[in-house]
Design a protein around this ligand. Sequence first.
Ligand SMILES: [Zn+2]
Ligand SMILES: [Zn+2]
Length: 339
Amino acid sequence: MAAVKAAVLHGPRDLRVEHASPPRAAAGEVVVRVEAAGLCGTDYRIWSGERAVAYPRIMGHEFLGRIEAAGAGAGDLRPGDRVVVEPNYSCGRCPLCREGNRNLCLARTAVGIDVDGGFAELARVPARCCWPVPEGLADEAVLLAEPLAVVVRAVDRGVPREGETAAVVGAGTLGLLALQVLRACGLRVLVVSRSDRRFDLARRLGAAETARTEDLEAVAGRFSGREGVDLVIETAGTAEAVTHALALVRPGGRVVLTGLPHEPTPVPFFSVVRREVTLTGSMIYQDEFPDALRLLERGSVDPRPLVTHRFGLDAIGEAFAAHRDPASIKVAILPSRAA
Ligand SMILES: [Zn+2]
Ligand SMILES: [Zn+2]
């Protein structure tokens, strides 16, 4: 079989597109011909060296494609099947896994981080990580299935009720998906961001109102017609984001945190206790991939407007530069496309 191309990270900022022998599917594994892969902040932090991985490493954890080959024991998956990859799998044996908290497993393996991922023509993954995708769904909708699963879990942990008000902190990929999931649950949504750059898009995607991160208590009061919003989904992951979320939520309300701030965060716990705010963390997903795919199929969530840039594998360096461009939301790598 002919050599295949992959973007191989040899060290911080040392990403090279190379030819290698094609991966072979072992028992319980499949090889996926990657049609599209999304680049996210995690990939950027690995590329820059801020997050260490074992080198050489092929990044890419948000991807879809077609089964190229299936090893023994790969279940019903057949060559040609269209699949999206759930890029985290757990040990299955520890107490956390046994009680169903597999997203919290300390021995969890992340495809594209701990093992090679989707910034390649072919990727080898456990068969159990592949979800079949209906042919009718656009590549660029399925491309966002992974971050959408993150958001589906976050919103679900906030116990949304139809007719409530909600605020989303952050207007990046997760924020703009959270907005749509909350809308699908029947909530009125305020989108809050440091910049007004994405406010037009947020409104097109269903936001009732948008606001900069200033004077948030007053903004939330006006928007909700009471002491603040019922539910806040925090997606920004900045040091101030929890403070912003607490300014927006009403006494007795709920805040779900999905952002992972990498610096110390000042949290005014007085405001949590005095107002009985429920503060909940939400980490990736447990069983949310099928729900995410259903939302895409029904058209309740349309992530296609979030895909702003597309690059072939040979231009992956430009893709990483584009990720930092304030005008970009989701950058897609299309390994089968000529640069
Ligand atoms: Zn990601
Ligand atoms: Zn485990």
